[in-house]
Design a protein around this ligand. Structure first.
Ligand code: JCQ
Length: 250
């Protein structure tokens, strides 16, 4: 998968793309990340990429000429997505859609914004990582690259990840423990040391479900509420206290 990034801080994105999971995937040839400096296409001696807004006001606005020139010089993979709080909200579903493409591109604006003609006539869409305002799109681009990158075949220990994700199907993670079995008197649940792998799998699922009900009821609704099988599983581990009432009949 190819991802092109257009930014006035190429070093920040390049450094990130050389690290960790993304860096290894890139080294292995599974991810082709290309970072482009918007300043390289500035035409004036000062290499300007921004200018004062028409109509007045504070801040600077990214100019159309260098941004169009940088994108047109590369003919990057489409869609070209502008990172902004006004965009379509990134979630795991959107990340999965992007991971299914042969490539896409990201344009990082600055807080004050980009000339509207860039959004109207150069970009194909807008993407938001959440209802928060950042100083620029770079950190948002890194979030997108990591979320999408780990879904690309050949990037993670794929068997494990695919298995795990289908197992937990839209639920929060179950709790994890490692040695020691007793840390300061806080002990690891007996079931995890029982060797009964079927029961361990049911316990983990019950824990994931209970945690999601308590902390993220919105996610429970998205997956279609709590069914009779879920109630039975929770009851097996005495996790069925104070469940929301059944909505599927008597
Ligand atoms: C991306 N969620 C937040 C770009 C305008 C008005 O502030 C702007 C901020 C940016 C940088 O991106 C974000 C962002 N997803 O802040 C344009």
């Amino acid at each position: 998968m190819r991802i092109d990034v257009f930014t006035i801080f190429p070093d920040m994105v390049e450094h990130f793309a050389g690290q960790s999971l993304v860096g290894r995937a890139r080294g292995a040839g599974a991810l082709d990340i290309r970072v482009h400096d918007l300043r390289s296409c500035a035409t004036d001696p000062h290499r300007s990429v921004d200018d004062a807004p028409f109509g007045g006001g504070a801040g600077m606005v990214l100019m159309p000429e260098p941004v169009f020139a940088a994108v047109e010089a590369v003919d990057p993979p489409r869609p070209l997505l502008y990172l902004s709080p006004a965009g379509r909200r990134l979630d795991q579903g959107v990340a999965g859609e992007l991971a299914g493409l042969p490539g896409f591109s990201l344009l990082c604006g600055r807080y004050e914004g980009v000339d509207e003609r860039i959004r109207d006539h150069l970009c194909d869409g807008e993407l938001s990582i959440g209802d928060v305002v950042l100083a620029g799109g770079e950190v948002a681009a890194m979030v997108v690259i990591e979320a999408v990158g780990r879904l690309v075949p050949g990037v993670m220990g794929n068997a494990t990840s695919a298995e795990d994700e289908s197992f937990s199907d839209g639920l929060l993670e179950y709790p994890h423990y490692t040695r020691p079995a007793d840390f300061r008197g806080w002990v690891v649940p007996d079931v995890l040391r029982s060797g009964d792998h079927a029961r361990i799998a049911r316990w983990r699922r019950a824990q994931a479900l209970r945690r999601t009900i308590d902390r993220r009821p919105d996610l429970v609704e998205i997956r279609g509420g709590i069914g009779p099988d879920d109630r039975k599983l929770l009851a097996e581990f005495a996790l069925d206290a104070d469940l929301p009432p059944r909505t599927d009949g008597p």
